[in-house]
Design a protein around this ligand. Structure first.
Ligand SMILES: C[S@@+](CC[C@H](N)C(=O)[O-])C[C@H]1O[C@@H](n2cnc3c(N)ncnc32)[C@H](O)[C@@H]1O
Length: 267
């Protein structure tokens, strides 16, 4: 069903109800469906690309940098190893990984958004040469990874798992390409169990994130976060999915008062 020129207030209410909002930049045309397709997700991230880094810093008050460092501490990448950063986006986590594995190791940032990868590649030019050499960018779908079985020492996914259309397939592909004993850290939003914090998170997503995105003409793209979080499995469910995919160890840690979580896995 296609609805043209929806009032903004209704658009926001739809985002809370968990409906899919696909934007046309001209005046809030929206399509209501239950779940975005892979093409929708790819297009959303291509459109967000120019403001993505600025928004991450603004919306998390810079905290996402700390959470990414926490995730890395849990999976312990070492110099000389080969790591993957899946759903790498503009490449923040890829850069942190490169710092750890350079100069002899390698990190491959994988994403299907051409626009975000272009930004990631542009940022790389300002890194020290040994880090630049350690990084490769690969445009690919993380549900069909273009890597050999048992070829990588570890992997990270930050704010990516929530966006893939088939989480079990993503975990299975990840498991396939990792060596035995390899570690993984998956950072993403989480739904807090505390009612008060839950209300705060809902308020923040609906009344801070969406209006701010509104200013950049990106309302529908950012209204997409709340429904994607509503669909995302909670920590204990993520642990079960990882075990089903074959991971030997899986543990989920709630951080930021339960509003974020880090799933730590070992093959
Ligand atoms: C919220 S961004 C996270 C980017 C980055 N990791 C970060 O922490 O800032 C989610 C990323 O997942 C990517 N993505 C979603 N599904 C994907 C898939 N099936 N294959 C490859 N990339 C995917 C999107 O293109 C987007 O760049």
């Amino acid at each position: 069903m296609r609805i043209a020129s929806k009032p903004k207030r209704e658009l926001r209410r739809n985002s809370l109800l968990g409906l899919r909002l696909a934007t046309a930049t001209d005046n809030f045309k929206i399509t209501i469906m239950s779940r975005p397709s892979e093409t929708d997700v790819q297009q959303i991230f291509d459109r967000i690309a120019p403001v993505y880094d600025r928004f991450n810093d603004l919306l998390s008050l810079g905290q996402h940098r700390i959470w990414k460092k926490m995730a890395l501490r849990w999976c312990e990448p070492k110099q000389g190893e080969t790591w993957l950063d899946l759903c790498c986006g503009s490449g923040d986590m890829t850069r942190l990984l490169a710092k750890q594995v350079a100069p002899t190791g390698k990190v491959i940032g994988v994403d299907f958004s051409r626009e975000l990868l272009a930004i990631a590649a542009h940022k790389t030019k300002s890194y020290p040469l040994n880090m630049q050499k350690a990084i490769a960018w690969q445009q690919a779908n993380v549900l069909e990874l273009p890597f050999e079985d048992s070829s990588c020492n570890g992997a990270t996914i930050s704010y990516g798992l929530r966006n893939v259309v088939d989480i079990p397939q993503c975990l299975a592909e990840l498991h396939r390409v990792l060596k035995a004993g390899a570690k993984v850290a998956i950072l993403d939003f989480h739904r807090p169990s505390d009612r008060l914090i839950q209300s705060f998170q809902n308020f923040y997503l609906d009344r801070v994130v969406v209006p701010l995105a509104d200013r950049f003409n990106m309302t529908a793209e950012y209204a997409y976060i709340a429904p994607s979080l509503a669909r995302f499995p909670i920590g204990s469910e993520q642990v079960q999915l990882a075990k089903n995919a074959g991971f030997r160890q899986a543990q989920h840690y709630a951080i930021a008062s339960g509003m974020m979580g880090i799933l730590v896995l070992q093959k």
